[in-house]
Ligand binder design. Structure first.
Ligand SMILES: [Zn+2]
Length: 151
């Protein structure tokens, strides 16, 4: 068992890159059971004109292509913001083993609030969940982004 190494810094770098593209700054990283980064992505909903192009969805899609499987059993997902219900469901469908996320999302989160997707009896796979990882920096990026957009 290799020692735990957080990949949240990589996810935060993706979030910063998303902000520079004018996208809501959220970043996600999929890590293999061996601890290698398989895929990393930031939000691209505006660029791709795709409301499902959240960082988690893009990272999961890319990781599935790299690993040649529709499931990511044993893989971990790092994301800077609490996943929304859509992404939480995708994380379950992908059989992600461990979910590490940064700051909570009272407005759109679906893990520790709102629909609480993983607590639902119809949720067939529940990852281990670790929240509050580098939360202050993830929150700062979001606040700075939205403050700059206010008139
Ligand atoms: Zn989402």
């Amino acid at each position: 068992m290799s020692p735990f190494r957080s990949h949240m810094e990589t996810a935060l770098a993706e979030a910063r890159a998303a902000a520079e593209r004018g996208e809501v700054p959220v970043g996600a990283v999929v890590v293999s059971p061996r601890g290698d980064v398989v895929a990393a992505a930031g939000n691209r909903t505006i660029e791709l004109r795709d409301p499902t192009a959240h960082a988690e969805i893009l990272a999961i899609r890319a990781a599935c292509q790299v690993l040649g499987s529709e499931r990511l059993a044993g893989c971990d997902l790092y994301v800077t913001l609490e996943p929304c219900p859509m992404c939480a469901s995708a994380i379950s469908q992908a059989r992600i083993a461990r979910l590490y996320y940064g700051t909570a999302d009272p407005k759109s989160g679906g893990v520790s609030q709102g629909p609480r997707v993983f607590e639902h009896p119809q949720c067939h796979h529940v990852p281990e969940i670790y929240d509050g990882i580098n939360a202050a920096e993830a929150e700062r990026l979001l606040k700075t982004f939205f403050a700059a957009r206010r008139p």
